[in-house]
Design a binder for this molecule. Sequence first.
Ligand code: FES
Length: 157
Amino acid sequence: RDLNGSDQDAEVKEYSPVCVGREADIKKMERMTAVVHEREVVIFYHKGEYHAMDIRCYHSGGPLHLGEIEDFDGRPCIVCPWHKYKITLATGEGLYQSINPKDPSAKPKWCSKGIKQRIHTVTVKNGNIYVTLSNEPFKCDSDFYATGDFKVIQTSS
Ligand code: FES
């Protein structure tokens, strides 16, 4: 059986860069959505940097491409439009504020829940934007909405 060979081919294909659009267009719109090897992603252009991540929020699948970008603790985050979860653009960490109940005078502190949203790699070549899917082996909460039964691919009509 040659199953191994074809699995490897499929894997190589799944993690090959896919052209998602023109640099000039994303610089103007500051965000775009794309389907990369059947995975829906959003690409942001924010303060001169590109960031790509799974399009559905790790919390309940909210549409991150419709969220606002704001800085929290000096880190640019996409704020999910559904329940306002904050996700760092650079690393996909979920941020939250914590208060020490034993110290009522303390200011709330920003903390990280760890990486929750899968981040993908953006590269620019000859004025085109390419996205390479993350093949980090860890389980990421956003995988739930990006794969399997819960995957929803929007078709534009
Ligand atoms: Fe994004 Fe709830 S779905 S915050």
